[in-house]
Design a protein around this ligand. Sequence first.
Ligand code: SAM
Length: 360
Amino acid sequence: MDHTGLRAIHHCRLVDERLATSGQPSEAQLGLIAQAGYETIINLALHDDPRYSLPDEAGSVAALNMRYVHIPVAFRAPKREDLLRFFDAMDAHIGRKLWVHCAANYRVSAFLGLYNALRLGQPPERAFALMREIWQPDATWQQFIDEQLLAGYYARRAAEYDQVYRKPERQAGLRQLEAALPALFDGRRVLEVACGTGWWTPHGAARARHWLATDLNPETMAVARSKPMPACVEFRTADAYTLAEVAHETFDAAFAGCWWSHVPLSRLPGWLDTLHARLAPGARVVMLDNRYIEGNSTPIARHDDEGNGYQLRRLADGSTHEVLKNYPSVEHARALLGARAARVQWTDFPHYWLLDYTLA
Ligand SMILES: C[S@@+](CC[C@H](N)C(=O)[O-])C[C@H]1O[C@@H](n2cnc3c(N)ncnc32)[C@H](O)[C@@H]1O
């Protein structure tokens, strides 16, 4: 079949026999898409700008006997819910001829890159190759992509995550840390950020008054919920970067295990401010995370321009993921906390560091 007409659609990419992506097609171009046998149109653009959208795309698509799925993604503020709806729509139409468009194939190529990486398990280079042909994401989109890649990696890893805590060489240090945690939160109302599979939760919560364990991923929290926990533990989905889901509560302590290392350097000050805003003055904050142990830790494969390190990690399903991982020094942590923290203590354990401070 001659695809010349289809290829003329703004930023059109015919990905394979069944999947095509593009910017906004005109009414006439929708007709060509239908003639070429496409069954479903997914549109990620908004309907509200006549410069970029058709007067009634839903009606035009229906008149051509195609199915129309509209997932409006605000270009300046892409959301995780949008991405998850897109993933579901892609999964629901797999095997059918599908045309996915937005205004200029920016939103679509970024979402498709995330789908390729997180649902299909493609390595990052391949997953985002189409996007890079079309555009280089701006700061908003790069941050969105990075956040989703990290969260998606941990969702995929949930079932095998606890293997890291079964490494023989870590056992002695883990027992030391587990023994140290209960006294740090004695009688406190604690917010745990990025609790994951809840490895530290029962130890930290052992003597707490209330412990709210939060994470972005239902997959990791499902593992945590399946474990025996002290009665004071409650679980809730929350994004560590906004903590919007706990906006109306205050706590007199916070805990984050193995989260600091995944926060891009440029986002650490803002993230600390967000966390501290949920805490009462004088609250206790405890973070622990990995130390870099030569020959034991996964090597850093590259650094980006702002100095963040990235590791290449492989999961049991064979997928490879590039994961941001930093190894802060005590000096860096102290400098960053500055006047925000009092009584700062940093303790090195064999494979982990523990930071304990009081909110000034
Ligand atoms: C390295 S794991 C740490 C899990 C656990 N605290 C531990 O130490 O074993 C990082 C966790 O961050 C979660 N996560 C990723 N992005 C997040 C976000 N934006 N907000 C909250 N949690 C997030 C992942 O689901 C994962 O459970």
